[in-house]
Design a protein around this ligand. Structure first.
Ligand code: ADP
Ligand code: MG
Length: 700
């Protein structure tokens, strides 16, 4: 009997050598692994052509006919074999340059065969070289199909002739020897409600689809399952948390919030800012602990929203805290918030890596007595020595820079977990926010403050540097400031890329003192040096900021209106968008110039073109997802997706994701811990997946 957990070595057509190769090359160890090695495309063999229709311009085609008249031609190493194929309407020639002996032995002259290959013309005759040949009777087997599966392979496997045909044969063998159908992995009521193919049927048909319709259903069923369990897992966690933890009730909007709103707010809030604050206020008052993702494009004004939410926490007798990924950003937030709330009598403190021990001691004490209202800082905040009197709200800025574990640690800063708001750097496509950040509620600021002129983005080549320098000169002349960003601090093994030190030299030459003053900022500088450099630029004392990507997140200098990105082809899309977001913050027309070499990969071209054509962070995020896949998109690497997606594509399968979300929500709102009998399959399957079982099939 066939056991799916069996070592592939013992399968028909495998053996120890092939088994070892499959282990090494594709991580395939068991029959089950093979069944889950899904094809990545299919060759359509539904159509048969008459030989009279065949011409040399056709792609791979399929014909049926009698093979006869074998002839060995040439001599020595140049021996080749020909045969005639006829079907009553015409004929063509078949040619083999290799494997002549084997072909002659395995084909019978005068018999009918199914022939598949690419027609070509040689002289006046049409031929097919090295056709794929099947016996008609093999074609009618249960596991044969007109859509032929093509499997991903590797160079080594191809060399050893482990072709798609071989895969199909081995997999067919597994099915033929299977005594019982593969057990179902979804509850019967779901299969019925969503009209899904049974699991077994789906697996058979993804390898051997009977027709295109059933193939679509098989793929749908398997994607459904894949995404369903991801959503079920995330939502179960979310439901569980809501049951387990009570949230602090912020019932009041009081003195701090109101006096800030009436007296301090430097400008009218945008409609989106207002809506989001309202949404979150409601959440705060609900008695549930809030865990929310605050999305908004670069420059949409998230900091201000964060401040106003923290004021609500203070109004209800709690402390609040805001965590940023870099010292530069933490300091900037500290300054911004202090300035915005000047005269309100708030005690705002800054805790970062370089904070002196003596200052820390005082701060620790004041946090515990409640003298400090708002604590701003870097991940220094997470340390166990940082204890609050009653922390009610944590805001995490630029969430993608932090790991899930760090986020979780902030939870433990109070007896009950505080409300948590995480803010993203750039928008996240909906499919990702449903999977990677799926346990969070989402609020979106989908509007920029009024009066912003979209940043003009241009693509320029290294060779045109002088023109770009000229442009910088004009802009500085007009009172603007300029960022020039480099991908590296020192020259790496890759000499193609200009690095900051090189650049600094040429820019100092082109923009010499005393007329010009430069700031430099990179990761290897000491915190005080960084801060000084940043301040000189922020105050307008220096006109050009030469930096690495340390300025990528959050930095806000509204007078800076030109962003030059060197070796722009090296940056990812969301990083480029984030960098561009450093300009366009004031009323002036801003520019972003992407410098590249002439030689660009096709992905790099797409990235550059997308940047030039669009300022819309949501659009850019979608393109980024398509180019890189979810695993690589910024901030998702430490994601909550515990297993690799085999079939689903988060850039395309939004509809299915939505369907499974509703299904999972319905189930959980009725049975949050999946305790009911009808859900035992779900509980078991989820446990399996979470325990790191290689896949989601319930086969053991
Ligand atoms: P981000 O969402 O990228 O973190 P910031 O919070 O840094 O954006 O805000 C960008 C700039 O917009 C800041 O200079 C901020 O003062 C300004 N800003 C925020 N809200 C408004 C508003 N409603 N009207 C005008 N300017 C605003
Ligand atoms: Mg920000």
């Amino acid at each position: 009997m066939q056991e799916l957990g069996n070592n592939i070595q013992f399968l028909k057509g495998v053996g120890p050598k092939r088994a070892e190769l499959l282990n090494k090359e594709l991580n395939i160890f068991t029959a089950e692994d093979l069944l889950f090695h899904f094809p990545f495309r299919y060759i359509d063999r539904t159509r048969f052509y008459k030989l009279s229709e065949v011409s040399e311009n056709m792609p791979n085609i399929q014909v049926k006919g009698v093979i006869s008249d074998f002839r060995t031609k040439g001599s020595g190493r140049k021996t080749y074999l020909t045969a005639q194929l006829t079907d009553g309407t015409g004929s063509l020639e078949l040619i083999w340059f290799k494997g002549v002996k084997w072909i002659k032995e395995s084909l019978v002259s005068g018999k009918e065969y199914i022939v598949f290959g690419k027609p070509a013309r040689y002289g006046r005759k049409i031929n097919i070289a090295h056709p794929e040949i099947d016996k008609p009777e093999d074609f009618n087997k249960k596991t044969s199909s007109a859509l032929q599966a093509v499997y991903s392979s590797t160079e080594k496997l191809a060399k050893k002739n482990i072709t798609s045909k071989v895969f199909r044969k081995i997999i067919a063998g597994i099915f033929e020897n299977l005594e019982n159908p593969i057990p179902e992995t979804l509850p019967a009521y779901l299969v019925k409600k969503y009209n899904l193919l049974p699991f077994h049927e789906a697996i058979v048909n993804i390898h051997f689809p009977k027709n295109p319709e059933i193939l679509q259903r098989a793929i749908y069923r398997l994607k459904f399952e894949e995404l369903f369990y991801i959503r079920l897992n995330i939502l179960k966690r979310k439901f569980g948390r809501k049951l387990k933890y009570k949230g602090y009730v912020f019932s009041e909007v009081g003195r701090n919030f109101n006096s800030f709103y009436k007296e301090k707010l430097p400008f009218e809030l945008t409609g989106a800012q207002k809506r989001v604050i309202k949404e979150i206020r409601k959440d705060f008052a609900s008695g549930k602990q809030s865990n929310r993702l605050l999305q908004g494009d670069v420059g949409s004004g998230k900091t201000l929203v964060a401040l106003m939410l923290m004021l609500i926490a203070l109004d209800n007798g709690f402390q609040a805290s805001m965590m940023a990924p870099t010292e530069i950003l933490a300091r900037q937030h500290y300054k911004t918030l202090k300035k915005l709330t000047e005269g309100m009598g708030l005690n705002i403190a800054l805790l970062i890596g370089s904070t002196k021990q003596s200052e820390r001691k005082i701060m620790h004490k004041e946090l515990q007595t409640g003298e400090i209202d708002i604590l701003i800082g870097t991940h220094a905040l997470i340390e166990d020595t940082v204890i609050f009197k009653n922390l009610g709200l944590v805001v995490i800025d630029e969430q993608h820079r932090f790991g899930v574990a760090q986020r979780a640690k902030m939870w433990k800063k109070n007896t009950r977990p505080p409300h948590v708001i995480v803010m993203t750097a750039t928008p996240i496509p909906r499919t990702l926010s449903m999977t990677v950040y799926g346990d969070l509620d989402v609020s979106v600021i989908d509007e920029l403050p009024p009066g912003r002129k979209p940043v003009k983005t241009l693509h320029s080549y290294d060779a045109k540097r002088l023109q770009v320098f000229k442009f910088i000169e004009e802009q500085i002349e007009a009172g603007r400031q300029v960022y020039i960003v480099y991908p590296l601090i020192t020259e790496s093994e890759n000499f193609e890329y200009k690095d900051l030190e090189d650049g600094l030299e040429s820019i100092s030459r082109a923009f010499p003192p005393p007329k010009y003053a430069l700031s430099v900022l990179h990761g290897k500088m000491k915190p005080e040096e960084k801060e000084k450099s940043m301040q000189l630029f922020a105050k307008g004392i220096t006109q050009i900021m030469i930096a690495t990507t340390v300025i990528e997140v959050g930095v806000d200098v509204p007078n800076a209106s030109v962003m030059i990105i060197e070796s722009a082809e090296r940056f990812g899309l969301s990083q480029l968008h984030q960098l561009r977001g450093r300009v366009g913050r004031g009323a002036e027309q801003s520019y972003c110039i992407l410098m590249t070499s002439y030689k660009l990969s096709s992905d790099a071209k797409t990235r550059i073109r997308t940047m030039v054509e669009s300022n819309d962070g949501f659009k850019i995020a979608e393109v980024d997802l398509k180019l890189r896949g979810p695993g690589d998109t910024e901030g998702t690497r430490q994601s909550g997706i515990p297993f690799e997606l085999k079939l689903s594509d988060l850039s395309k399968d939004y509809k299915i994701l939505e369907t499974v979300s509703i299904a999972a929500e319905n189930i959980l709102s009725d049975d949050p811990e999946l305790k009911k009998d009808e859900n035992s399959i779900l509980r078991r399957q989820l446990g399996r997946l979470m325990s790191g079982h290689k896949r989601w099939g319930a086969i053991s």
